[in-house]
Ligand binder design. Sequence first.
Ligand code: CUA
Length: 325
Amino acid sequence: MILANAQNALAPAGPQAQSIGSLWWMFHWIFWAIWIAVVVCMFIAIFKNRTPQDHPLQPEVKPDPAGEKRVGVVISILTGITVVILFVLLISDFVVGRKLFAMSKEDNQREIKITGQQWFWTAEYEDATASNIFTTANEFHIPVGVPIKFYLTSTDVIHSFWVPELHGKKDLIPGHDTQIWLKADKPGRYDGQCAEFCGHQHAKMRFAIIAEDADTFKKWCETQRAPARQPTTNEQIRGQQVFLNTTCITCHTIGGTKAGGRVGPPLTHVGGNQTIAANSVPNDEEHLREWINNPHQFKPGVRMPMNNLPDEDLKALAAYLHSLE
Ligand code: CUA
């Protein structure tokens, strides 16, 4: 099951990834040129001055001071060119590094605190007004064109935050918070990936950044701040009862109910996400049922246990969760 977009670092959608991409292409073409030059020289050396078939076995070595001087000059020039190329690479690398960091000084940054844990992501959207702060999991919306400052923290092992189309990688280190700034130039869904091996489900420790215009983003934030929707159909009501009366509540939060577990991702607005299971499984009632019943079929080793619920309960629970937009 593949939900990924290209996750292509060479198709940048923000200034940070653009700078990194340009640097990459510069290195790429310089190295191509060097490789071609080396191969050409190699073939010249092979085919020039080939020893004739009837040449005596003992080579004649005659001193050739003029020739040796010429070779010495050529080698000095080539050494000089190599040093210049290395300096060009070093300086452009340094310039790009400065450029990436420059975003930290831009105004009107939005701050989002990302926490990585085995094997999902949560984001706390900071706000000067405490009641405006909210937390969501695995699908993170951001406004287009606004610099975003991500604080990165881990609760267990080292993870790495990577959205190839927006920026390079940054590690999340337990006990040592790090930061990364990025900006999306155009609306879109940019899939991200944990890029540091962190255990069994590392490969499916995925997430998505969804960049959208200011109004859509504002509406999304309002939705996220609100408590969970109340169930409206009989099935959803039954689903809510199943949720609140089983072990679900020990790990998950649903805002506005007694469920306040913090071991797993918050589910207050889980129905509004395009995916579940850290951006690994499509979000529809069928997949929700299969996931709740046996999450290990999608993510072997995942921390969530299997749930052996009666069919009707399982169906109602999936319907309830899917209604939580
Ligand atoms: Cu988290 Cu790999």
